[in-house]
Design a protein around this ligand. Structure first.
Ligand code: SF4
Length: 293
């Protein structure tokens, strides 16, 4: 029986950076807060709490403590409020997300009607939208487009969407507008993870997707796998049922960009235990198939 992991699984550049910034800040301060989860992974959020990095859910709970801006950004109004209240800001917004916010703003200022491909309830998209004063259209896919003509449209995407969905949206919008500007703001880390997951799913009998149930990029990986093979989306090792592996020869693993290495290693070792293999590993790099490009 083979258990392999998709290369590049786990933490992306932006998440690694955000956690590093948060941990460094926690050494200099007694307590710091994050407004909302710093990343969409409950296990990592719990670990950070033990280091004095506390998640709060609203502005009133900040109580003047230094505040980390999470990797996928916050609404402009919140930033303004922090500045107004003289609260120290520790900005861990991923540079790719900041760049997308800049594009949203500049496209709108240049007179383009902004269309965002994304999940309108996702914090990244809510933050993105807040940088534009004018009307914005947010669609989860091309099917959500209204039957409407546009003069000049600017299209950007939530960083974790699929390139194919952006292509489809552009294709459907071409006959509906006079002028179009498309900026591909899908993060390369997302595309790389999706492609390596897809390649592994194609040759696996079962896929286990590890990551927060609230993580948009993890859910997208599960969606990709489901179209090829029986897929289970789990957060931690104890959710695994060993019956899943009966008569399965090739077991595939993948993990979202916000899934910590130690959670992935625990899942891998637990799968080995389920299939009666005793060759456990200590590090993600030791899992067959793992490679960091
Ligand atoms: S997925 Fe991409 S945009 Fe999002 S935090 Fe990671 S590197 Fe940044």
């Amino acid at each position: 029986m083979n258990v392999r992991i998709a290369k590049n699984s786990g933490f992306c550049f932006g998440v690694k950076r955000a956690i590093k910034i948060a941990l460094e800040a926690s050494k200099k301060n007694h307590e710091i807060v994050t407004l909302g989860s710093i990343i969409h992974n409950p296990q990592m959020v719990a670990k950070l709490e033990s280091e004095g990095i506390i998640k709060v859910d609203n502005f009133d709970q900040i109580k003047k403590r230094p505040t980390i801006i999470r990797s996928h950004g916050v609404k402009k109004e919140i930033l303004d409020e922090l500045i107004k209240n003289d609260i120290e800001i520790i900005n861990a917004t991923c540079p790719y997300v900041s760049k997308t916010q800049d594009y949203a703003k500049s496209l709108s200022e240049e007179g383009y009607y902004l269309i965002i491909l994304g999940d309108r309830d996702h914090p990244e998209v809510k933050a993105l939208r807040s940088y534009v004063d004018k009307e914005v259209l947010i669609v989860a896919n091309a099917d959500e487009l209204e039957d409407k003509q546009f003069k000049k449209i600017g299209i950007i995407s939530q960083t974790t969407r699929r390139v194919e969905d952006l292509q489809e949206l552009v294709k459907k919008l071409v006959p509906k507008c006079h002028e179009m500007r498309v900026i591909n703001t899908i993060c390369n880390a997302t595309t790389v993870r999706q492609n390596s997951t897809l390649n592994l799913a194609k040759v696996s009998d079962i896929m286990i997707v590890i990551g927060g149930k609230n993580s948009s990029n993890t859910k997208m990986l599960a969606k990709i796998c489901e179209s090829f093979v029986k897929t289970y989306h789990i957060e931690i090792a104890c959710e695994i049922n060993k019956k899943w592996f009966i008569n399965k020869q090739n077991i595939g693993l993948t993990a979202g960009a916000s899934t910590p290495d130690w959670v992935i290693v625990e899942v891998y070792n637990h799968i080995l235990e389920c299939v009666g293999n005793i060759n456990k590993v200590e590090n993600i790099e030791d899992i067959p198939g793992f490679r960091e490009d």
